[in-house]
Design a protein around this ligand. Structure first.
Ligand code: ADP
Ligand code: MG
Length: 262
């Protein structure tokens, strides 16, 4: 079977700046893969290229054996929270219903089955009670769950999630990760960027370290490998879950601040 995603020699950037280069990656179907690395390491850029939202400077990307544009309907992409305009006046249910648009087309009215899919997706993330609320009135963790519901409602074969658990409380993180784990068990491919290395090690199958190029791609435990971390973060700061950081250059002194994970 062709892999979910096959990338060869990918280069992408903005203006005269190259964000990622020489990226070769093969992501198996049904895998649950975390992409981690320093800020500016190109995680969001890589997801945007796979989602077809950015045109590569070089290289090829095939999604489920097809070119990116052709496969767009089979992908659900959820942007980083910072890239969303939360003041847009729209209810939770309307946000999730947008996930159905690629399936029903923009001109047809949603059917009873579409509405049922929207409600089922909201139920999966425990947000059905908030269906009538404005998205802007929700907490960060609730918004994240609603956007995950929108992705679920589109019934994708591949999830591309940009920092789905960043800044959410541990209970919400657990809920989100349970849903992603279930989707992977159903054979869906899940790729998520994260700064939470503990979460990456415990809840994902595979990890990709990205710092402008792929440092390593392998089993999730690699996020705990000192050599991998030094190569990825340049021997400086490693973010820990909860927003704390750990300095790697001095093994004798702990500079860790508020680790946040229990
Ligand atoms: P990450 O998600 O790992 O933090 P990004 O993919 O957002 O990294 O960014 C990779 C590089 O591309 C960074 O140097 C960043 O400053 C640059 N970059 C990202 N988005 C833009 C943009 N819209 N315009 C110009 N430069 C950008
Ligand atoms: Mg990013």
């Amino acid at each position: 079977m062709t892999p979910a995603i096959e990338i060869r020699g990918l280069r992408a950037g903005y203006g005269d700046r190259i964000a990622i280069d020489d990226v070769d990656l093969s992501i198996a179907r049904g895998s649950l893969t975390a992409i981690f690395g320093p800020n500016g390491g190109g995680k969001s850029t890589l997801l945007k290229c796979i989602a077809g939202l950015m045109t590569p400077r070089a290289g090829t990307i095939s999604v489920l054996g097809e070119p990116v544009g052709v496969a767009a309907k089979r992908i659900a992409y959820v942007p980083q929270a910072e890239q969303v305009d939360w003041s847009f006046p729209i209810t939770v249910e309307e946000v999730v219903a947008m996930g159905r648009t690629p399936l029903i087309g923009p001109l047809r009215r949603p059917s009873a089955a579409d509405r049922a899919a929207v409600r089922a997706a909201l139920e999966r993330v425990d947000m059905l009670d908030a269906a009538e609320r404005q998205i802007g009135a929700l907490s960060g963790g609730q918004r994240r769950r609603v956007f995950l519901a929108r992705a679920i409602a589109s019934d994708p074969e591949i999830y591309l999630l940009d920092e789905p658990v960043t800044g959410v409380d541990p209970t919400t993180q657990e809920k989100i990760m349970n849903v992603l784990d279930d989707e992977a068990k159903r054979g869906r491919t899940v790729i998520a960027t994260t700064h939470d290395l503990a979460c990456a090690a415990q809840r994902f199958h595979d990890v990709v370290a990205l710092a402008g190029r792929v440092i390593v791609h392998g089993a999730a435990q690699l996020v705990l490998d000192r050599e991998v971390l030094e190569k990825t973060y340049g021997g400086h700061l490693v973010p820990l879950s909860g927003g704390g950081v750990m300095l790697l250059d001095d093994p004798h002194h702990s500079h860790g601040s508020h680790e946040g994970h229990e």
